[in-house]
Design a protein around this ligand. Sequence first.
Ligand SMILES: CC(C)(COP(=O)(O)OP(=O)(O)OC[C@H]1O[C@@H](n2cnc3c(N)ncnc32)[C@H](O)[C@@H]1OP(=O)(O)O)[C@@H](O)C(=O)NCCC(=O)NCCS
Length: 177
Amino acid sequence: MEHVELTTADLLLRPWRDEDAPAVRDALRDPEIAQWNPQGGDPIDDDVALLWVRRRADWSTGGHASMAVTSAADGKLLGSVSLHRIHDGDASIGYWTVPAARGRQVAVRAVVRLTDWAFTDLRLHRVELCHAVANPASCRVADRAGFPAEGTLRESYRYGDGRRYDEHLHARLATDR
Ligand SMILES: CC(C)(COP(=O)(O)OP(=O)(O)OC[C@H]1O[C@@H](n2cnc3c(N)ncnc32)[C@H](O)[C@@H]1OP(=O)(O)O)[C@@H](O)C(=O)NCCC(=O)NCCS
């Protein structure tokens, strides 16, 4: 898959770059991100962050499209949004925002922009979004981004504290209004 850049009024979604590694290191150490977007493996240091960025910058398998969410005004890193498990018209979407960017609809707008691109350009039919029931901010993002809840998955994913949590499954279809 070829790299693309996507814009909204004040966001630029772009592929990850090596220079993002220090900001990613700091973001992945945020307790909320560490809990709800666990990376597993080694503690987050500069090398882990650089590997993280490089893996997400490589779209060659066609299985994911991972974007840095940045401010169009000053280029600052605001968050991450990615389509993963892209296969046969389906994909899943995941995201986080840095603490300083929260509460400004950055996550909602990034999810909407990437999902719209997935439907129009990748011709996907269904994008799923899962979050822990114990993470109501993420549920709000899903609802506001037009992903209705479809059900609850019981103890379906092990999060950062090592516990399994129930999750809500949400999804958007290309044919949804
Ligand atoms: C969840 C997260 C991505 C939301 O990012 P954000 O940029 O603040 O999201 P938005 O501003 O687009 O919207 C957040 C919504 O959640 C609501 N919200 C925030 N904290 C909340 C809470 N504790 N309980 C309920 N709703 C909450 C906000 O009020 C807002 O809703 P509103 O627009 O109706 O007011 C961000 O908090 C984050 O990165 N958290 C840690 C990692 C994470 O949870 N990732 C998602 C894993 S599925």
